[in-house]
Design a protein. Structure first.
Length: 455
């Protein structure tokens, strides 16, 4: 049986693990944290990701958590609608509306599909060799670990071989081990040490120019109150979750690193910035529990990677294409990545691209890059463009932006809705994977220009 190692137990990594298990793969998920406690509060799962979740048997479980009703759209700070649609119109066009839910609910639903023992908590991957599939893992308390300290330093053994697929060996010191995998899934987040090791020439994440707040307000989620309001360099969104809770988020155009550091100060900051905006924003902020207010500077990958794989390693989710949250597609694209990767990987008893069905050659991942790189790069760029639009502060520029949005929606609302068809109309693969462009295939075969040892 072919063996896959997944680095990171976030939404994308867990989805990949379930999708590969359903294809008959042996899967081990290494997660640095000591427990599965998702960071964050709420997120949206759009039609494209719901279809992907259907392929692992989770889609209907998530649909049952939907609380979106009535109108939704973009408003001004005074409450006037700039553009709006309805849940019914979205469902009619794309087959599904967006489902808004707690991040922990989605993680729990996916993780429940994995057998006991698949997820190894408190396990830090310290090195990955993309050409042999060797993965070095340190177990135990990760508090003092530097996951990038030795990343990428592992090399092929004396014979240049990979060892037996799925085998494990002694790592030497107590608390360390080495695993040999046919496939390594790097789902280790925006600061991915694996990405940095595989593509050392890539600039990595950059600050988007905005910081964000997220909070949950019990009892604040009411049907029909789904909107995102834009002001001068600021955004505030409200989305109802199941059980009557409201998920709120906000952004402001400020220098990075200004977090006051505690929940009460964060809530006071939100009241200062948004307390004069339209209802129900001030009331929601007043009702928010300070300990539930999260604040993070928003970073993203402004430059796409040259490929989403190298050798046996596939990059997934934020590790591959971290984007600003303006299109609500971060988690959705990670879920898409996962099911496409499982499709490319094939059945675990003889994965695509292996030699003699033994797993010794690993999986040919060129089709994964071919299927995912261009699509995710377009969505990254589009989301960053929307982010720049929300950052406008000049009152005249803001007035012009709002006027153009409202006018365009009244005159050509259908065409604006159609512009999302490429994103939301995506469907999981059911046919052979597309041929890889020559550049993508070169990136994953042999020690080429993007090889770690070429720097």
């Amino acid at each position: 049986m072919a063996h896959a190692v997944v680095v990171g137990a976030g939404i994308g990594g867990l989805t990949a693990a379930v999708a590969l298990r359903r294809r008959g793969w042996e899967v081990t998920v290494f997660e640095r944290a000591p427990s599965l406690e998702p960071v964050g509060s709420g997120l949206g799962i759009a039609a494209n990701a719901l279809r992907a979740l259907d392929t692992i048997g989770v889609g209907d479980d998530i649909r049952r958590l939907s609380a979106v009703q009535g109108e939704a759209g973009i408003r001004r700070a005074d409450g006037r609608w700039l553009m709006r649609t309805t849940e019914e119109a979205t469902s009619a066009r794309h087959g599904d509306s967006i489902v808004l839910l707690r991040r922990t609910d989605l993680v729990d639903a996916i993780a429940a599909r994995l057998e006991l023992g698949v997820i190894r908590l408190g396990s830090t991957v310290t090195a990955v060799d993309p050409y042999t599939g060797r993965v070095a893992v340190r177990t135990g308390d990760p508090s003092g670990a530097d996951p990038g300290a030795e990343m990428g330093r592992a090399g092929p053994g004396p014979d240049g071989g990979a060892g037996s697929g799925g085998g494990t060996g002694s790592g030497g010191a107590a608390g360390t081990a080495e695993v040999v995998a046919d496939l390594v899934v790097a789902a280790d987040g925006i600061r991915s040490p694996i990405r940095a090791a595989l593509f050392p020439g890539h600039p990595g994440p950059v600050y988007s120019g905005v910081t964000s707040w997220r909070l949950l307000v019990p009892g604040g989620g009411r049907p029909g109150r789904t909107f995102e309001s834009w002001g001068e360099g600021r955004v505030f969104g409200v989305m109802p979750l199941a059980g009557g809770t409201a998920y709120c988020y906000a952004t402001d155009t400020v220098p990075a690193g200004g977090d006051p550091g505690d929940g009460e100060s964060r809530r006071a900051e939100l009241l200062r910035l948004f307390g004069g905006w339209h209802d129900p924003i001030p009331a929601l902020l007043e009702a928010a529990s300070p300990e539930l207010v999260l604040r993070n500077d928003v970073h993203h990958l402004a430059t796409p990677l040259p490929a989403m794989h190298l050798g046996r390693v596939a990059l997934l989710g934020d590790a591959a294409h971290a984007m600003t949250p303006n299109m609500g597609q971060g988690a959705c694209q990670a879920i898409e990545d996962a099911v496409v990767l499982a499709h490319v990987a094939g059945d675990g008893d003889g994965p695509a691209g292996t030699t003699g069905g033994t797993g010794t050659a690993g999986v040919d991942l060129a089709g994964y890059t071919a299927a995912r790189l261009e699509r995710t790069a377009r969505i990254m760029a589009r989301s960053a463009s929307i982010c720049r639009t929300t950052r406008l502060r000049n009152p005249l520029a803001v007035r012009l932006r709002d006027t153009m949005m409202a006018l365009t929606w009244r005159v050509a609302g259908g065409r604006m809705t159609a512009a999302m068809d490429e994103v939301l109309g995506w469907r999981p693969p059911t046919s052979p994977v597309p041929a890889a462009p020559s550049g993508a295939r070169a990136a994953g075969s042999g020690r080429g220009a993007d090889s770690p040892d070429r720097g």
